[in-house]
Each structure stands twice: as C-alpha cells, then as structure tokens.
Design a binder for this molecule. Structure first.
Ligand SMILES: *[C@@H]1O[C@H](CO)[C@@H](O)[C@H](O)[C@H]1NC(C)=O
Ligand SMILES: *[C@@H]1O[C@H](CO)[C@@H](O)[C@H](O)[C@H]1NC(C)=O
Ligand SMILES: *[C@@H]1O[C@H](CO)[C@@H](O)[C@H](O)[C@H]1NC(C)=O
Ligand SMILES: *[C@@H]1O[C@H](CO)[C@@H](O)[C@H](O)[C@H]1NC(C)=O
Ligand SMILES: *[C@@H]1O[C@H](CO)[C@@H](O)[C@H](O)[C@H]1NC(C)=O
Length: 553
C-alpha cells in the first residue's frame, strides 16, 4: 500500500515536473478553478426531537441545538417527573417542564449522537457569543427568559449542561443580536422587539444599565413587523461596530456611545432584517492588507410590504440582490449584484476556502410562522474575488425545505450541518470530494506555548507552528485560515469571521511532512480572543480544521 502510494507520488511529481517545466509553481487543482461537482447531501438523523432554531459549534466538536420551551412538548420525550407527578404528555404542567421534554440537545459530530440538555427559561429567538474560554454566553429569549443570561461550558465527558446566571439583562432581549467585543470577554447585545437600546454583558460597572440607540428607532417599520430586528453586527478591525438594520447602517463606537459614520442606504425595494430576514457576512479579512480592508456583504430579504401581504396569504417574491460595501477607509458605496434567484430566510456561511455559502430559505413571503413559500432548495456558492458576473454558482438541491426557524453551521471536517425541522442533514461541499484527496493537507497539528501569565494559547501577533502532511508539493496558494464559530439563528451567524493568516515560513521534508510558522492575528479588534478553527487550504482544497486559541496576553 505504502509502496504503491510512493510509486504514485513519484509518477505524479514526474508528471508535474513535465507540466510545469522548471518554473516551480504547481498549478492549483480543480477545486480552486470552480469546476467539478455541486456537492452532496447526507441525512444524519431522522429525528433530533428538537427544532434547531439556534445552533452553535463548540470547540469540543459538538453542536448545541435549541428552540423554545413554551411551545409545548418537543419531539424529545424524557422520562422525568413533572411537578405534579410523572410526565404524562397530556397535562399542561409537563409541557413546559424540562424534565418531561428536552428543548435543547447537544449533537456529537463524530459519533452522530445527541443528548438532551435542560433549559429552565425560554430561549425563543435569543442570541449568543462564545467567550474566550469557549463557554457559550447566551442572552435573552421570551417571557421569563427575555432577560436571562445562560452559560454552557462545553466539556469532553458529556455531562455539562446549561447554567442560568443570577444576573440579568437590563432590557428584554427577544430578537436581539450579539457580538463579542475585543477585550474583557464582553459581548454587546443590540435591539430586540420594541427595545431600542443596547447593553453589555457582563456590565462594565455594577450600576450600568442599557443605552439608547436612536438608530434603532429610526429604522423601525411599525407596520411591517419591525424590519430591523436581529440587526446585523460586524466588528470592524478598527475596533468599531458595524450595525445594519432594515436598509441602513452605521459604524458605532460603543466605548463612547457615538455614531462614527452613517453609510448610504442599500438599494433594493425591500428590507433586509427580520421579518424581511436576509443575511449578512463580513468578508474574509486578509493579512496582505494587515486586516485593515473591511468589507461587508448583505444578501436577500423581503420585498416591501411582504409581511402584511403574507398575513393576507399573498407571498411576494423575495429580493435577489446582494450589496457589498467596504466599511473601512472613507469612500462608501454599496456595489450591487444578483443571486441566481430571489431569497429570504437564507443563511450565509464563510467556508474554509473563504467562499460564501448561501443556504436554506425561501423564494417568497416573509419571516414568521407560515409566512414563507417556495423553499430555496439549492445552495449558492459565492466567490468574493472572482470576476463580477462569475461569482455565483448553483449547488446541489436538497429535498427538505428549510425555511423559518432553520439554521446551518460549518463543521471542522468541512461539511455544513443543516437543521430546522426534526431531520438533521449535512451539506458536503465539492471540496470534500475524493478527487481532491491528493491535494488535501492531512494530519494537521498545531503547537504553541503558553502566554505571559501561563494561559494556554497564542497571543495576538505571536506565532505558532502548524505541521501537516501533503502527498505532493504544496500549490502556490497555501492558506492558513482561522474561523470564529458563530451562534446562528434566524439567518444570522453572530460573531462569524474568517481571517487569512500570514505564514512566516513553510518547509516540506522529503517524507511529505510540512512545517509552517504562522502568525496569529495582530489584535483583538481583528480577532477577539477565543477558539478559532484553523484550516490549511492547499490550492482551494481544505484540510480538516483544528482548534487554535488566540489570547489577549
Ligand atoms: C469561562 O468563563 C465564564 C465566565 O467567566 C465562566 O462562567 C466559565 O466557567 C468559564 N469556563 C471555563 C471552561 O473556564
Ligand atoms: C416595491 O415593491 C412593491 C411590492 O411588490 C410594489 O408594490 C412597489 O411598486 C415597488 N416599488 C418600486 C419603487 O418598485
Ligand atoms: C412559488 O410557487 C408558486 C406555485 O408553484 C408559483 O406560482 C410562484 O411563481 C412561485 N414564486 C416564486 C417567487 O418562485
Ligand atoms: C480579494 O480582493 C481584495 C480586494 O481586491 C484583496 O484585498 C484581497 O486580498 C483578495 N483576497 C484574496 C483571497 O485574494
Ligand atoms: C495521520 O494520522 C493517522 C492517525 O493518527 C495515522 O494513522 C496516519 O499514518 C497519519 N498519516 C500520515 C501521512 O502521517
């Protein structure tokens, strides 16, 4: 076997030498050229019992899935006792009881198994961020849950569970958004239903409350269900916060409670935030411009009037447009382009390659229960740096509609976990195809020392080593991409960002072992402290990702 492999390698290298002559540059494989397959779908579990309204990948390679607790029973029945005796499944009392029905589960990716968790208050339409130690800080929800702060500290032994904090939020946070800020392990929570404020979690001082944000008042469409709920938040690398709501956006200095810039309104006859529910990403940040060029992208949403029309059972066609705008520097303009079809309720995920996957959603209607029609079954792939007009491609369709209350998260093995109703699926992008295996960096290991105060992790601006195995010479575009795992709900992936890191050196030994020295992001403004998924991408073919922790030491 090994001999045959070596023999094949020799032949391959020989052919490569023939094909590239003496220039030394190895051409990128087909994955980068965009041809090949459209990916595949896998059905992982036929019943998770719990609707994945919210999902987040932990650094223990498990995924938290949870919905709402006040909608009655879930599909995950437990054999517990309710306050009035054994859970029967019929009395009103057991419906809300977390010992009778699970409303949250933890999915173990490698074992393809779930286990139930217990929530004591309602997490419906909540938000969250991972703190620097990998604990999920989750905020808000509905009813008695609307001011709650909950923690989930992922563990290797599968015994951890939700813990509710004794502290609470200053305002109700139902349909609010969350972004981890640089330093102090603090998140900002913005907006919510009929709440036009933001606040910090944890607070900067014990007496601190919430702060008015007039921008949220201005962007609120009273007759259209708000159209500015779940605002899009992106941390810019200058340390300010980009906030997009409805059709407008600002750059906000949260330290001084000051609007730094007001951006032009995005074109298109409709809105982008809940219940219009388009989606947004901050495009990959790149070491080649010192991470200083920051560009955001917004795609899809509903046509003006769609929310009211849906209440009258008329389902207006969604928006097809996407806008891209550079928010750094001082010239700002939305550059518009069009998806292959209209779409709302879409999730946007940054793949390890730096491409953007647009998945889930519908072609018409609005967000809200039973308000959308015509499921968008085909994901789109978007290549940000391709020539205009050639950036989108249409991928393989699924048969399962994923509309309101669906979500998607990227997994360390490169697949995308997709859920929403009770079936759990994975989308397997083309780059995982066997035909790319000879290009795929294998057995990636990361090593680093400890920070100044003995913390384990790579400090900002520091270096770490990445070792991997490659059966052939590296292509001329090897990338080391670090990805912050988001908290995903209602078409927005909070805290998602991808950083293309610089490598100082890369040496390949004769046996195929490659040693690279890679630079951590320069500051917590560029990459807030925490766990990132590091992927080695060889000519568009990604490795399995490994976790690396960046610390502020
Ligand atoms: C991480 O920090 C949070 C908040 O300070 C704390 O509750 C949690 O226990 C910590 N988790 C770990 C794994 O140390
Ligand atoms: C915007 O869309 C609505 C609903 O489809 C339509 O009635 C209206 O005429 C459109 N406005 C413009 C300026 O295109
Ligand atoms: C939605 O589906 C209906 C019925 O199949 C069709 O008439 C309509 O054109 C579709 N709308 C969109 C936006 O695709
Ligand atoms: C994409 O293009 C932008 C602007 O032209 C550039 O700054 C960035 O480095 C490019 N990224 C890649 C991966 O080529
Ligand atoms: C990669 O790691 C696996 C398991 O640790 C090992 O069996 C395999 O030989 C390694 N492959 C290479 C090429 O080093």
């Amino acid at each position: 076997m090994a001999d045959k492999r070596r023999y094949n390698m020799v032949i391959t290298i020989f052919l490569l030498i023939l094909s590239v002559g003496i220039s030394g540059a190895v051409p990128a494989p087909r994955a980068a050229a965009g041809g090949g397959s459209k990916g595949q779908w896998q059905l992982l579990l036929s019943n998770t019992g719990v609707v994945a309204m919210h999902m987040a990948l932990t650094h223990h390679n498990t995924v938290m899935l949870f919905d709402q607790t006040q909608s009655g029973r879930s599909g995950y029945r437990l054999r517990g006792h309710s306050n009035r005796g054994r859970c029967t499944g019929s009395s009103r009392a057991d419906l809300d009881d977390s010992s009778c029905y699970a409303h949250s589960i933890e999915y173990d990716v490698s074992r393809n198994r779930i286990r139930p968790l217990s929530l004591s208050t309602d997490t419906w339409c909540s938000s969250g961020s991972f703190l620097s130690n990998g604990t999920l800080q989750q905020t808000g929800g509905y009813g008695r849950g609307s001011r709650r702060i909950r923690y989930f500290r992922p563990c290797a032994d599968h015994v951890c569970d939700w813990r509710q904090s004794k502290r609470s939020l200053a305002d109700d946070r139902w349909y609010a958004s969350n972004q981890l800020l640089p330093g102090h392990d603090r998140a900002i929570v913005v907006g919510g239903r009929r709440v036009f404020t933001y606040e910090f979690v944890p607070k900067r001082s014990p007496s601190e409350g919430s702060f008015n944000l007039p921008f949220l008042h201005r962007t609120y469409d009273r007759d259209a269900g708000g159209n500015n709920l779940y605002p899009f938040l992106h941390l810019s690398s200058d340390g300010n916060l980009f906030i997009f709501a409805n059709r407008d956006s600002i750059l906000f200095n949260f330290r001084q409670n000051k609007v730094v810039k007001t951006f032009p309104r995005i074109p298109g006859n409709g809105s982008r935030n809940y219940p219009s529910s388009g989606s947004s990403v901050i495009l990959p940040l790149d070491h080649r411009n010192k991470f200083q060029r920051v560009e955001v992208m917004v795609c899809g949403g509903s046509t003006r009037g769609a929310f009211r029309a849906a209440n009258e059972r008329r389902y207006l066609k969604a928006l097809s447009s996407c806008g891209r705008m550079v928010i750094s520097g001082n010239r700002h303009k939305w550059n518009m382009e069009y998806m292959p079809g209209p779409r709302l309720l879409n999730d946007m995920l940054i793949l390890p390659t730096g491409h953007v996957l647009i998945i889930n959603g519908a072609r018409s209607g609005s967000a809200g229960w039973d308000n959308a029609r015509n499921a968008s079954l085909e994901p789109y792939l978007y290549k940000p740096n391709a020539t205009l007009g050639r950036r989108f491609s249409v991928l393989r369709s699924t048969r399962i509609a994923r509309m309101y209350h669906s979500s998607a998260v990227l997994l360390p093995d490169g697949r995308v976990l997709v859920a929403g109703e009770l079936r759990l699926q994975a989308f397997v992008p083309h780059y995982m195809g066997r035909q790319y295996h000879t290009y795929r960096p294998d057995n990636v290991t990361i090593s680093y020392g400890t920070g100044l105060h003995g913390q384990i992790g790579v400090r900002h601006g520091g270096e770490f080593s990445v070792e991997f195995w490659l059966g052939r010479r590296p292509s001329n575009d090897v990338e080391f991409n670090a990805y912050a795992p988001p908290f995903t709900t209602h078409s927005i992936s909070m805290n998602q960002r991808l950083l293309k890191l610089r490598y100082r050196s890369m040496v390949r030994a004769e046996d195929g072992r490659v040693n690279a020295v890679v630079e951590a992001p320069p500051s917590p403004n560029v990459a807030p402290s925490g766990y990132y998924m590091l992927t080695v991408v060889n000519g568009g073919v990604p490795s399995i990702s490994q976790w690396v922790k960046f610390i502020n030491a």
